[in-house]
Design a protein around this ligand. Structure first.
Ligand code: IPM
Ligand code: MN
Length: 373
C-alpha cells in the first residue's frame, strides 16, 4: 500500500531522531512491500527563523493532506530564557494540535525488563509497570485567555473545559480500558478547581455506559506520588491537559529514560506521532540522543494505519536492541559500551529486514567488532 506521511523534524535533536524513525519506516516499506511518501514540513524555532511564523500555513496544509504525521521536538533555549518573546516555538505545536483537532494524547508507559536497573527506583517496585495516560490535548489552561497587566505586575491564564471536550477524550479512555485491564483513574484537583469538578461529574456519568470498567478518582498530587510508590496500580489514567503534561514526565522515571517514551495524538482528522521528550538541545548534532522514542512513535503510526504486523516487527527490533544492550548512553548498562543515535537506527532497520534471531553476532556486526564466532 501507499501512504503519505508528513514529517516534521522540528528543533534540537528532533531531526536526528526522526531520521532514525524514517530509516526504520524505510526498512518496513522494503520488508512488507509498502510505499511511504514523505513530505517534510517546518514547525517551531526553525520555522520562525525561516518564515517568522512557528506554524507556517504550508505545514498545516501538508499535515491535512497526509495519512499520518511524524513529529520530532520543538523549542529552543534562546526562547526559554526570554520571557518577553512574543512569538515562541511551542505555539507552533499547540496551534497545530488545535488546527488538526488532536484532542487526545496517548502516552504508554512500560517498564522494560531490560531497563529495570536504569531507573533510580527499586526494580521490585517498577517491575511489570504497564499503564497508559490519556491526556486531553486541546483545552484547559494551555488554550485559555492569557494576560500580563500593563504594569507587568500581574498575570493570569484561564483554564476552562466544556462537557463536550471532556466527554470525547473520556470515551476513548474507557474504550482503551476495555481492551486492557478494565480500570480508569481520573486524575484531577477536584478539591480545589471548578474545572476538575466538572471533569468528575462528566466522567462519572459516562462511566455508567462502561459497566465492565472500574473508575477511581485521584488528586493529581497524590497520583504523582502513587506513580512512584506503586506504579503497577495504574491501567488507564485519564486527565486534563496540564496535569497530563506533568505526570507523563514523572512517569518517564519508571521506564529508565524519557528517551524511550512515545506518544500518539489523535482526534477529528488525523494522527500525529512524537516522542514525549523535548529538544534536548545540549545534545543537538552530537549523535547521542536516544532515537527509540521516535522509532516507537513510528510503530504507533504504523498501528494507526492498520499495519499491525509491521508495528510488531518494529517493537520486536527495539526489544532486541535493548536485550543486546545496543543502546545510546542514557540507557546503557554498566558493563557495556554505548553506541550512537544513528547506529541504533541502523541496527533496528537491519533487524527488521533480516529478523534473524539465531544470529548471535548481530550485536558485534553493528558494534563494528569481530563477526567470526
Ligand atoms: C509535550 C510538551 C509540550 C506540551 C510543549 C513542547 C508545548 O512538553 O508534548 O509534553 O507541554 O504539551
Ligand atoms: Mn511535556
Amino acid at each position: 500500500m501507499k501512504y503519505n506521511i508528513a514529517v516534521i523534524p522540528g528543533d534540537g535533536v528532533g531531526p536526528e531522531v526522526v531520521a532514525q524513525a524514517i530509516k526504520v519506516l524505510d526498512a518496513v516499506a522494503e520488508a512488507y512491500d509498502h510505499i511511504f511518501i514523505y513530505k517534510e514540513a517546518k514547525l517551531g524555532s526553525c520555522a520562525i527563523d525561516k518564515t517568522g511564523n512557528p506554524l507556517p500555513k504550508e505545514t498545516v496544509d501538508i499535515c491535512n493532506t497526509a495519512d499520518a504525521i511524524l513529529f520530532g521536538a520543538v523549542g529552543d533555549p534562546k526562547y526559554d530564557n526570554d520571557p518577553k518573546a512574543k512569538i515562541r516555538p511551542e505555539q507552533g505545536l499547540l496551534n497545530l494540535r488545535r488546527a488538526l483537532g488532536l484532542y487526545c494524547n496517548i502516552r504508554p508507559v512500560k517498564a522494560y525488563d531490560n531497563l529495570l536497573s536504569n531507573s533510580p527506583l527499586k526494580r521490585e517496585i517498577i517491575k511489570n509497570t504497564d499503564f497508559v495516560i490519556y491526556r486531553e490535548l486541546t483545552g484547559g489552561i494551555y488554550f485559555g485567555e492569557k494576560k500580563l497587566s500593563q504594569d507587568e505586575q500581574t498575570a493570569f491564564d484561564v483554564s476552562s473545559y466544556s462537557v463536550q471536550e471532556i466527554s470525547r477524550v473520556t470515551h476513548l479512555a474507557f474504550q482503551a480500558a476495555q481492551k486492557r485491564r478494565n480500570k480508569v483513574t481520573l486524575v484531577d484537583k477536584a478539591n480545589v478547581l471548578e474545572t476538575s469538578r466538572l471533569w468528575r461529574r462528566t466522567v462519572t456519568e459516562i462511566a455508567k455506559e462502561y459497566k465492565d470498567v472500574e473508575l477511581e478518582y485521584l488528586f493529581v498530587d497524590n497520583a504523582a506520588m502513587k506513580m512512584i510508590l506503586n506504579p503497577t496500580h495504574f491501567d488507564v489514567i485519564l486527565t486534563e491537559n496540564l496535569f497530563g503534561d506533568m505526570i507523563s514526565d514523572v512517569a518517564s522515571s519508571l521506564s529508565g529514560s524519557i528517551g524511550i517514551l512515545s506518544s500518539s495524538s489523535i482526534g477529528t482528522k488525523n494522527g500525529l506521532f512524537e516522542p514525549i521528550h523535548g529538544t534536548y538541545s545540549q545534545a543537538k548534532g552530537k549523535d547521542i540522543a536516544n532515537p527509540l522514542a521516535s522509532i516507537l512513535s513510528a510503530a504507533l503510526l504504523l498501528k494507526y494505519l492498520g499495519l499491525y504486523e509491521e508495528a510488531d516487527a518494529v517493537e520486536r527490533a527495539v526489544d532486541k536492541s535493548l536485550a543486546l544492550g545496543f543502546t545510546t548512553q542514557d540507557i546503557k548498562r554498566k558493563i557495556q559500551k554505548s553506541t550512537t543515535t544513528s547506529k541504533v537506527g541502523d541496527f533496528i532497520a537491519d533487524y527488521i529486514l533480516n529478523q534473524d534471531d539465531s544470529n548471535m553476532n548481530f550485536r558485534n556486526i553493528h558494534m563494528g567488532q569481530s563477526t567470526i564466532i
